[in-house]
Design a protein around this ligand. Structure first.
Ligand SMILES: [Zn+2]
Length: 328
């Protein structure tokens, strides 16, 4: 049984596994999921047991994961009868696989919206809170709260502020085109099915402001201070003076300041260095910028400029390099 959410005791809030990963790698907060306590997200079920009735995590701290991260039952985890998180497979067979792994790897919980404002967490005192808790435990009322007024409170389970979550939905369900066509995704003012919100890099001229993705050809490492990602596929584009379309390479650039100021700098550097050393096929996903045709000085002959679709990444929270075996 994979859990989309778990209750985190110290934060007194329900988190997705992607929230947990984000917190684990965030150098500005003290959080380590191996020291935290996670419990069933169903309030009634959680209340029926003491605090030792916990859930486990899968791929919560692995920077470079391939299999879908999730919460899972531990061998002794109990649920009340009727809890929606009781594993159907477990109760039917009476046993669960040794590692608690009974599902295939797909991410089944599609966020309908990627919130561009990062979720904030407040460690609450142990004393029971009042009305605020009641409000938060009522997902309908929380969802009805306009996000512009209180983005940090907008924690309805179908929304996320962690880019890796919709990316995992897309990657792990890539073979199921119909599903990706059915599921809607909203970012900012734009809503589209997952299948069209994720745009292959060679078609970036089709529409601005999407999540672009493509196979990485090369990562240029400038003394581990800045990086350039070159994509395998080219954009076919016809300039006004040309008679027909010509192929142009695509790349994105990550500058030193961006990396130095990133709250998940260590994890990011681990991710990109692992990618540079990897012999696996790797893919890059990013949101927030659209590469445009630019002239850059040629490497061999600076007099002869080189034309490339290029963009500077502006927010590393919306940038991922990863393996994605199904996309190869
Ligand atoms: Zn439960």
């Amino acid at each position: 049984m994979k859990f989309d959410l778990a209750y985190c005791l110290s934060l007194d809030d329900k988190l997705s596994i992607y929230d947990v990963r984000d917190l684990n790698f965030d150098e500005t907060v003290a959080f380590d999921s191996t020291k935290e306590h996670f419990q069933c997200p169903n309030n009634a079920c959680r209340a029926a047991f003491d605090a030792s009735n916990e859930l486990g995590t899968f791929n919560a701290k692995n920077v470079n994961y391939v299999r879908t991260p999730h919460f899972k039952n531990l061998p002794g985890t109990q649920h009340v009868a009727g809890c929606p998180y009781v594993s159907v497979k477990t109760s039917a067979s009476g046993v669960e696989a040794a590692d608690g792994e009974t599902d295939d790897g797909r991410e089944e919980h599609f966020p309908s919206e990627l919130l561009l404002t990062r979720r904030e967490y407040v460690r609450k005192p142990a004393a029971p809170a009042g009305a605020a808790d009641v409000l938060r435990d009522d997902p309908v009322r929380v969802a009805a709260t306009p996000s512009k007024e209180s983005p940090s409170r907008d924690t309805a389970p179908d929304k996320t502020s962690v880019f890796a979550h919709p990316v995992e939905c897309f990657v792990s369900n890539f073979a199921d085109r119909d599903l990706l066509k059915r599921m809607p995704l909203k970012i900012g003012e734009h809503t589209a099915p997952y299948s069209s919100f994720f745009k292959k890099i060679e078609y970036l001229m089709d529409n601005k402001g999407l999540i672009y993705w493509g196979r990485i050809k090369k990562i240029e490492d400038f003394h581990s201070a800045s990086f350039r990602i070159d994509f395998e596929d080219k954009v076919w584009f016809k300039k006004p003076d040309d008679s027909k379309k010509k192929p142009y390479p695509v790349s994105v650039y990550l500058n030193k300041k961006l990396i130095d100021n990133y709250r998940k700098r260590k994890a990011f550097l681990e991710e990109i260095k692992h990618a540079i050393d990897s012999d696996k096929e790797l893919f890059c996903f990013f949101y927030g910028v659209t590469p445009e045709l630019k002239q850059v000085p040629g490497k061999k002959n600076p007099e002869k400029p080189f034309e490339v679709f290029n963009a500077n990444i502006e927010n590393l929270d919306h940038f991922i390099i990863r393996e994605a075996p199904g996309l190869a």
